[in-house]
Design a protein around this ligand. Structure first.
Ligand SMILES: O=C(CO)COP(=O)(O)O
Length: 258
């Protein structure tokens, strides 16, 4: 682990309605203390329909927990049925937006080009992208995980200037480790996260690369988070299933105690 403040983010995916979201965030807020927020940034990424409720709670109770969306439209407004714009997310005071999650790439055919447009839309509206990258099992078996993932990074950051890219969060999520219970070894995570940092140094500068937080995601739990966080280029976790259990997520935030 490094001097970068770790970011522990819960990607709820399509789980928890707005009432369940309020109960869940209240539980997190009750459990987390000032020292937890000093050691770690904590964020949740609820479904769109929960965001207004989460905002009201966070604003009303002055909670230190951050929140964001799981996707963003590449467009600003107009006839795009079903889409949610960056302006709408900014109005809800979202800090983060996940972009290019493997489930969106897989089930919604999101290309690197679209991911790049969404990254630009996020910055246009003052949101911080959590750019998700990572290889599938076939690519891993062929030993091509680094080149594949770096090509995703290149595609997502095409024509994104350094003043914007320096705030990006990149989540390395090997697809074969998502929701499968199959965790990448800490060395697997370090290999690709280290390569991502190297690529940021090539694309921009070492100084910028040293600032960017790179998360690991894929079957992260309280029991495995400490070993992953011990890697020098891993600065946090993007947590799916385990983030739906408030007690477990609090333990992940307290990874230093595990
Ligand atoms: O996709 C993920 C987070 O974005 C990881 O999901 P799991 O933690 O359920 O494997």
């Amino acid at each position: 682990m490094s001097s970068r403040t770790p970011l522990m983010a819960g990607n709820w995916k399509m789980n928890l309605n707005h009432l369940e979201a309020i109960a869940h965030v209240q539980k997190l807020a009750f459990a987390l203390a000032d020292k937890d927020y000093e050691a770690c940034e904590v964020a949740v990424l609820p479904p769109f329909t929960d965001l207004r409720s989460v905002q009201t709670l966070v604003d009303g109770d002055k909670l230190k927990i951050k929140y964001g969306a799981q996707d963003i439209s590449a467009h600003d407004s107009g006839a795009y049925t079903g889409e949610i714009s960056g302006a709408m997310l900014a109005k809800l005071k979202c800090t983060y937006v996940a972009i290019g999650h493997s489930e969106r790439r897989q089930y919604h055919n999101e290309t690197d080009e679209l991911v790049n447009a969404k990254v630009k839309a996020a910055y246009k509206h003052g949101l911080t992208p959590i750019l998700c990258v990572g290889e599938g099992l076939d690519i891993r078996k062929a030993g091509n995980q680094v080149s594949y993932t770096l090509a995703q990074v290149d595609g997502a950051l095409k024509d994104v200037p350094a003043e914007q890219a320096e705030s990006i969060v990149i989540a390395y999520e090997p697809v074969w480790a998502i929701g499968t219970g199959e965790v990448a070894t800490p060395e697997d995570a370090q290999e690709v996260c280290g390569a991502i940092r190297g690529r940021l140094a090539e694309l921009y500068s070492q100084e910028l690369a040293d600032k960017v937080r790179i998360q690991y995601g894929g079957s992260v739990k309280a029991g495995n988070v400490a070993a992953i966080m011990a890697q020098p280029d891993v600065d946090g976790a993007l947590v799916g299933g385990a983030a739906l259990d408030a007690d477990e997520f609090v333990k992940i935030v307290r990874f230093r105690d595990q």
